[in-house]
Design a protein around this ligand. Structure first.
Ligand SMILES: Nc1ncnc2c1ncn2[C@@H]1O[C@H](COP(=O)(O)OP(=O)(O)OP(=O)(O)O)[C@@H](O)[C@H]1O
Ligand SMILES: [Mg+2]
Length: 391
């Protein structure tokens, strides 16, 4: 998968910009706060319809603007296509998605067209933090690979929110409507039957790769890293029946808690090193190696599932890595279109097949991108953009 054109309008600190990235490595360098991560975020929007660092679309619209738009034109399996996302936080339909210039009705219509894997210093949270970070890791991966998964997750979440609302109302002194509870629990159970098998398969595949990568990076064969899916349903049980029964049994306790204590929204991936929980036991270096292995595994699984490499976004990770891990990462990115942000271009000296862009911000707060070799400013006026006009 190769992005030929990336376009932003009124996105973060960008006014109007169009880039034609290199099919190999694209280095975005510049001072802190200049707008490097904003470019990666724009690509992330085209892949998942959302930011990787905020859940508030409003935040990404340039201060003073009403609307932001991002778009990519790409080649995928030899076919050219384009994807655009337009954000208008002030309007009722806040997000508009266009695939090949046709307006899509649902967010799920966007999924899978642009696939990306993002590495950032926050990846360490994959090991250090609570289960929600690891669920997001899994959900991001599966949502891009399976529309059925993404849709099931959305419907599960909606039914869960509705069940929780009933519980909260009842806690305030109302009566718990048992038949409504049952209706929402049936939806949750049915969606679990889609979600759980896909999570099982995905964790098993990712774990196999990540465990091997860990060993290769650490160079210590006696250090065994493991990833294991902590599923809410036992292996042998029938999913729908088990989930329904567990939810029903949990009603009283949930009423007291004011929320739902059982389900796929509480699951985790257990990470261990030689059988001991990493979060409490591992050193900083071991945590870094585990997080990097999990991300590299994500890249490898994407490649093998789709037959094509996803777009790789590396946000500020080079300076965080020692030489061994950096070399390992650079080996993995050959043949993958990659966008790397850094403050010092020399961090990427070992990298061939690349193009460098200098990102800077002017006195009015607008970001500009300058292709380093040619020195030409890439920011373009609106009327000269015919390649990827926004709908
Ligand atoms: N909605 C917005 N409107 C205008 N400017 C914004 C908006 N959101 C963020 N910015 C600006 O974008 C800049 C941050 O951009 P970004 O996070 O891409 O920086 P960076 O180059 O990655 O920096 P670092 O090297 O510190 O990671 C800040 O100057 C911030 O003020
Ligand atoms: Mg940044």
């Amino acid at each position: 998968m190769i992005i030929n054109t990336l376009k932003l309008r009124d996105f973060r600190n960008y006014g109007e910009i169009e880039l034609t990235p290199h099919p190999g490595v694209n280095i975005l360098f510049g001072q802190n706060g200049s707008g490097k991560t904003n470019l990666l975020e724009a690509i992330h929007y085209c892949a998942l319809g959302r930011s990787h660092r905020t859940s508030q679309d409003r935040e990404v619209v340039r201060k003073g603007a009403e609307m932001a738009a991002v778009g990519v034109q790409l080649h995928k399996s030899g076919v050219r296509m384009d994807v655009q996302v337009k954000l208008t936080p002030g309007e009722i339909r806040k997000k508009a998605i266009f695939v090949d210039r046709k307006r899509a009705n649902r967010l799920s219509d966007l999924m899978g067209h642009v696939q990306c894997v993002i590495f950032s210093p926050e990846d360490l949270m994959l090991v250090k933090e609570g289960p929600s970070v690891r669920r997001r890791y899994l959900d991001m991966m599966l949502s891009q690979l399976s529309t059925a998964y993404f849709t099931a997750l959305q419907q599960y979440q909606k039914a869960l929110d509705q069940r929780n609302a009933l519980l909260r109302d009842a806690k305030k002194g109302g009566r718990l409507d048992q038949s409504m509870m049952e209706a929402f629990e049936d939806v949750m159970a049915a969606q679990c039957a889609v979600i759980i098998p896909l999570r099982r398969r995905m964790v098993a595949r990712t774990a196999e790769v990540a465990e091997a990568k860990y060993m290769a990076i650490s160079g210590r064969p006696h250090e065994k890293f493991s990833m294991c899916y902590a599923c809410c349903v036992p292996e042998q049980a029938e999913v729908v029946g088990y989930v329904r029964e567990s939810l029903q049994k949990g009603r009283q306790e949930d009423l007291y808690r004011g929320g739902t204590g059982f389900g796929v929204h509480r699951e985790d991936i257990n990470l261990t090193l030689n059988g001991r929980e990493m979060k409490v036991f591992a050193s900083q270096g071991q945590i870094r190696t585990a997080a990097l292995s999990m991300k590299l595994a994500q890249l490898a699984v994407f490649r093998s599932e789709t037959g094509e490499a996803p777009i790789l976004l590396l946000d500020d990770v080079m300076s965080e890595l020692d030489m061994t891990r950096r070399t390992r990462l650079l080996e993995e990115i050959s043949g993958v279109q990659t966008f790397i942000t850094c403050t010092d271009e020399s961090d990427l000296d070992g990298c061939r097949e690349r193009r460098s862009y200098q990102v800077s911000m002017d006195l009015d707060g607008f970001a500009h991108v300058r292709e380093n070799s040619a020195g030409a400013v890439v920011t373009t006026a609106i009327d000269s953009l015919d390649e990827l006009d926004f709908e």
